[in-house]
Design a protein around this ligand. Sequence first.
Ligand code: CTP
Ligand code: MG
Length: 236
Amino acid sequence: MEKKDKCTAILLAAGKGTRMGSGVPKQFMNILDKPVLYYSLKCFQDSELIDDVIIVTAKDMISYCKKNIVSHFDFTKVKEVTPGGAERYDSVYEGLKLCEDADYVYIHDGARPFITEEMLLRGYKEVKAVGACVAGVPSKDTIKLTDHEGLVKETPDRNAVWIIQTPQIFRYSTIRHAYDKLQSQKKDGITDDAMVLEKMEGHPVRVFMGDYRNIKITTAEDLDAAEIFAGKTKKM
Ligand code: CTP
Ligand code: MG
């Protein structure tokens, strides 16, 4: 594959994992015998597309992360391990400030272990074409929107409903501009990077096919599924 653009991955690992309720933040818990964060790092390390990686984590986890993950598994593409902020968008901004030389950025949740090279490639094609794209899978379930009392207001057409994942991939200048603008705005309810573009820029964002295994580890039962998925890939 011919590739001349510089692609940086920003790997988010500064969350507290409140919904998991474990002592150790979920990105550092083990799936089989390796930390959650190991799996996506391994994919970036082995990828033809990714040139370097910035890990964003809590200040008091930086040395642990450098020693027990980056050095221990010899992840040579990691160029920085940097402190994050209170909210996900704060952590993303910290990462963005450290990769001004990138043409494209892959923003990825460290809590999603099961990305694949194929997925990174699909995203690369889309970001080259559109400048902004996010991984997602068509919803298998019917989705209903409700009011505050739990009464159904609307049922969107299932064919148009996607469950959104990461990586979310952007032309660097586009996402940086949107995040710069966001700093002076109200940020309520922003849960992903595409929303920053939707809110700030009105820039088109395309959804590309992620993977049904690309789950986010959020609550305890996700770890059960993750062990099965990790076991399967090990055998392949
Ligand atoms: N994240 C981050 N900085 C924050 C909040 C979240 O880097 N201030 C990261 C998490 O580490 C995770 C990803 O963003 O990899 C998605 O967030 P989420 O699943 O919500 O993780 P947590 O915020 O840790 O979990 P919870 O919301 O249950 O507290
Ligand atoms: Mg969170």
